[in-house]
Design a protein around this ligand. Sequence first.
Ligand code: AMP
Ligand code: GLY
Length: 427
Amino acid sequence: MAKKNVLVVGSGGREHAIIHALSRSASVGKIYAAPGNGGTRLIAENVSIPVQPPFTDIIAFAKEKRIALTFVGPEDPLVNGIVDAFAAAGLKVFGPSARAAQVEGSKIFTKRLLQKYNIPTAQYQEFTDYAGAHTFVMANQPPFVFKADGLAAGKGVIIAATRDEGVDALKQYFQEKRFGAAGDKIIIEEFMSGEEASLLAFTDGKDVRMLAPAQDHKRIFDNDQGPNTGGMGAYAPVPSRLLDETLLANVRVNIIEATIEALRREGIVYKGVLYAGLMIQDRTARVVEFNCRLGDPETEAVLPLLGSDLYELADAVCENRLSGITLGVKNMSAATVVLASGGYPGDYPKGIPIAGDVARLDEKIAVYHCGTRFENGGYVTNGGRVFSVTATGSTLSESLTNAYAFIKNGISFVGMQYRTDIGKKGL
Ligand code: AMP
Ligand code: GLY
């Protein structure tokens, strides 16, 4: 059979890992990345075409290049209807429709859905103004969890330990408009204690195939200190002390399948990847959030463990035939350590020259580029998170040893920082 041309939308480590997995498929010929990054240019052709509603330019490109399948990485285009637009143009595209992507695009939509269908999550209340939310904070006990309803690039959540911090948070949403229109409506949620895990599942709206459960590391410094980031590392699978077969089966039925069925009853067919952020305590799991796509940096850890052809998997989702697909998950471990720019997640410089083995991409070590640019024959930094270095091994301890051994001599740039305790919780 003729090889297929594929288009991947996005520019981060996640997209580099998606392209790496697609490039190993026997069905895939040429891969385009829009816009891609310094790493994706090594295994795909980067194209700078706007990816914005109404998606006219990117649709014209997909037609011109005879793209057989478009794989959408980030949430923004999904929430803004890229899948609907491609489908209307007769193009095959992997990801949820705009209505389905509301699971990430609106916290209120999701909380209402979960509550209506008795899917386990934190208690919550909705607020549309400062006065109402203030009354709630004064009448209830901290801690409080505040969330902007809309997309806020992962930064819309504030956890307040005291009423004063709660009032300060409300000012940020309603008076300072720190989250723009995304924070015009908020929810206040019950604080859940426990340990977090990320479960990513492929679905065609009917059947479900789960990837290895992973753990993200959101804080910038070791021992989960310092401000939140986009993610400083991940590993998979998580130990069975956290998620064993019984609990995984329970999450599959009572959270993943239940949510897909709940959406279906609301007239929404969810296709693509459903990412469940879970809080686990006393051997029960509750939903912290959903994302409508693969997670970053979880993808860089879970895709190298995928024993199946990613193109075939995505194609089966698009064509509603996931029931015929067996998902292989390698009996190995993967650890991903993010190398970040000095200053991140605050202000950081760009354009810093990078030295080292930036093109390494094999079974043992994969250097996924998150924020790099190729310039005058060399690589420079171009973002807060610069690389996701993934290493595999037969155990978590082996994959961590491999990752840190590579980083030590493999890559360097001025100001480079990374956590030295990725995966420690899983050992
Ligand atoms: P979210 O954007 O909803 O994933 O929230 C960001 C982070 O805030 C999560 O990964 C959790 O660490 C934390 N978080 C969110 N909701 C809660 C909650 N109800 N209780 C405790 N922590 C939470
Ligand atoms: N790792 C969290 C996210 O992708 O949103």
